[in-house]
Design a protein around this ligand. Structure first.
Ligand code: SF4
Length: 239
């Protein structure tokens, strides 16, 4: 009986060591894969930065809100005139909603966007001394601002990297590349934050967005042209 118990405890210790080693191996395999993905994408898109045009935190906040379901190019077309006409928060507050809707019409979802922009302008004036806040907590108090927008504003306007902005491209590519099994943006963000080095959280978003736009299309990904096709578990599984 004593021998059996000793034997069992040896087997137990052996199993837990084996599981730890397997865990370490799978962890380092993920690390290696992530490092390769980052390095290949950095080579593809050197010196990458946000394509949105802005000159201060408010302009970046407005441009990011307008960029939902719209290309950065189209947003820049619209903001070229918008930022000349609306120079202060009061300009957004005083302008009738219908007029603001017309000014941002071509970015899509203009009613909601105009409502959010007017709403956040009021809050910034009343609660934040007419300044765009530089914390995640306060940015999330603004209408139309979720973690994605807040992450972009924090890194682009204040140089603060607190998370990984997960837009439709980041969501799609993270899943296809096997970096997450989740579909909820907040859960995806948490998964990515565990495996992506913190100092490149902001760049990682931009790399995936660019790759999503240029190569890994939602419907017809160009796997044969993709630099990641040897690492990607979804490669050549479309069409
Ligand atoms: S191999 Fe295909 S599915 Fe994978 S990232 Fe590249 S384009 Fe997307």
């Amino acid at each position: 009986m004593i021998i059996n118990l000793t034997l069992l405890s040896f087997i137990n210790i052996g199993l837990s060591k084996l599981l730890t080693i397997l865990h370490q191996i799978s962890g380092s395999m993920v690390d290696d894969k992530v490092k390769k993905i980052i390095s290949l994408l950095k080579n593809e898109y050197p010196g990458i930065k946000t394509a949105l045009s802005y000159s201060d935190p408010l302009e970046l906040l407005i441009a990011t809100i307008l960029s939902a379901q719209c290309t950065d190019k189209q947003v820049n077309e619209v903001t070229k005139n918008l930022f000349k006409k609306y120079r202060t928060l009061q300009d957004y507050i005083k302008t009738p909603q219908e007029e603001l809707e017309k000014d941002i019409y071509s970015t899509g979802f203009y009613r909601n966007k105009a409502k959010n922009i007017k709403g956040l302008s009021e809050i910034l004036v009343n609660d934040f001394d007419s300044k765009v806040p530089d914390t995640m907590e306060n940015l999330l108090k603004l209408p139309g601002v979720a973690r994605k927008t807040a992450n972009i504003v924090l890194s682009g306007a204040f140089g603060k990297i607190e998370g990984i902005a997960v837009d439709t491209h980041v969501k799609r590519l993270s899943g296809r590349l096997g970096l997450t099994a989740n579909t909820n943006p907040e859960k995806i963000e948490k998964d990515l934050m565990k495996i992506i080095p913190m100092d490149i959280w902001d760049i990682f978003t931009l790399l995936l967005i660019n790759h999503g736009r240029k190569v890994c299309d939602a419907r017809k990904p160009l796997c044969h042209e993709c630099v990641l096709n040897k690492l990607c578990p979804s490669a050549f599984k479309f069409g």
